[in-house]
Design a protein around this ligand. Structure first.
Ligand code: 5AD
Ligand code: SF4
Length: 433
């Protein structure tokens, strides 16, 4: 008899892939099928994020709602990063929760399911060679993990405490998984890791030492694979060899995520990011010199402890110089078990909010100016989503989201699109080929 699984995923792409693994294991080994109707579910899972305070607060309110809506005998499980760092505290606070499964213990999902009040949150557990069953939300694009954990020690970040030390997944497993995804119809892969361009520094067993640039070369030889994307590279590891391969390899999409965090060398030092403002700008310059069409996105934290008005101005200065195509910006949020949690020079809440607004307004202004340049241009779009009102959308090589009138016949296909209308998050166009 099939049982029903309702799963909610918060956080990053890594978490989305973990959810796919959870679904795959439960489908193959326990005969579960997914449902969108929580009242119908036999098992309810929330896959959590703990990178900032907000999603953690959301967890307990969500759990309350799930508990009210569930069938009387439905189980509730908490997985992911908040599971890793709160562990059994979750069951103490919400006793109706049946199990807690950390972000690095996903392969144990079918074990914890059968134990009452199981808590599996060992962040040293090594899943880098675990053969997960196969499930993909989209047939067109495949998420592929290339490493687990993180070996950096950015002072604001909780991830090393929830996902443990960094271990690369063996190259042959990545190639095999990609080959399989391509055979199943995916023309694009999205490589995932906390620091993708640190790939190959450490494997758990004896494996050939392949670095990220070489991994990209090998992946691009797979026939039928047309596009390679990845997230997140670290500015510190952006050496010339990597940038040159990025520019010349036709299969690598020309869109780079470069998490700046701060434009001030002093704040970057306090964050232990391992690079300066000058290094970051130098890498952007090198990248644009060899790949002028590249689009750039970034992550920025404002009001890190001790950030002065002048240091914030440095961030605005980098914004004006680089003119990112997309930014993800956050107010600093103190996280447990991090070094910065103990920093005392806290920036006032209203100053922090003000800085975030200034930063976001500057970005909107830059974006509006940049967007005008897309009008009338033709981009090759890979269509992935069927939207409402007979629109189909996809992405250009440089990561613009573009929609056209059309039907599901376009899904999984590449077409040339001429841009006719500009929007801040999505461009509209018409097919020209
Ligand atoms: N406070 C605010 N933002 C954070 N991020 C990570 N940790 C924190 C924190 N403590 C942001 C960083 C990172 C993105 C995923 O989340 O910008 O790149
Ligand atoms: Fe992803 Fe980090 Fe959030 Fe974990 S804490 S889900 S790794 S963003």
């Amino acid at each position: 008899m099939t049982k029903k699984l309702f799963i909610e995923t918060l956080g990053c792409a890594m978490n989305s892939r973990d959810s796919e693994h959870i679904i795959a294991e439960l489908r193959e080994k326990e005969s579960y099928e997914t449902t969108d109707d929580i009242k119908d579910a036999d098992l309810i899972i929330i896959n959590t994020c703990s990178v900032r305070e907000k999603p953690v607060a959301k967890l307990f309110s969500e759990l309350g709602v799930f508990n009210k809506k569930r069938k009387p005998d439905a189980k509730i499980g908490v997985c992911g990063c908040t599971a890793s760092h709160l562990g059994e505290e979750i069951i103490k606070k919400a006793p109706f929760v049946s199990f807690v499964l950390g972000a690095r213990n996903v392969s144990k999902i079918t074990e914890v399911l059968h134990k009452d009040k199981a808590v599996e949150v060992d962040i040293n557990y090594d899943e880098s060679e675990f053969a997960f069953n196969d499930f993909r939300t989209s047939p067109y694009k495949a998420y592929i993990n290339i490493s687990i954990g993180c070996d950096k020690s950015c002072t604001y970040c909780i991830v090393p405490m929830t996902r443990g030390d960094e271990i690369s997944i063996p190259t042959e497993l990545i190639l095999r998984e990609t080959q399989k995804a391509v055979e199943n119809g995916a023309k694009e892969v999205f490589l995932l890791g906390q620091n993708v361009n640190n790939y190959g520094r450490r494997f758990s067993g004896e494996h050939e030492k392949v670095n990220f640039t070489e991994l990209l070369r090998r992946l691009s030889r797979i026939e039928g694979l047309e596009r390679i994307r990845f997230t997140s590279p670290h500015p510190f590891h952006m050496d010339d060899e990597f940038i040159e391969e990025f520019a010349k390899n036709q299969k690598i999409c020309k869109s780079m995520h470069m998490p700046l965090q701060s434009g001030s060398s002093k704040v970057l030092k306090d964050m232990k990011r391992g690079y300066t403002k000058e290094w970051f700008l130098n890498r952007v310059e090198k990248l644009r010199a060899v790949c002028p069409e590249v689009s750039l996105s970034t992550d920025i934290i404002v009001a890190f402890p001790g950030e002065s008005e002048e240091e914030f101005e440095d961030t605005l200065d980098v914004m004006r110089q680089v003119r990112f195509d997309q930014i993800f910006s956050f107010k600093y949020s103190p996280r447990p078990q991090t070094e910065a949690e103990h920093f005392t020079d806290i920036v006032d809440e209203d100053v922090a909010s003000n800085r975030l607004t200034i930063l976001q307004n500057l970005h909107t202004q830059i974006l509006d100016e940049k967007n005008q340049t897309h009008l009338g241009k033709v981009y090759r779009v890979y269509f992935e989503d069927l939207n409402q009102d007979y629109f189909v959308s996809g992405r250009s090589d440089n990561n613009l989201v573009i929609k056209v009138k059309g039907s599901d016949e376009l899904l999984g296909k590449f077409r040339d699109v001429k841009i006719t209308q500009i929007g801040r998050t999505i461009l509209t166009g018409e097919l020209v080929g």
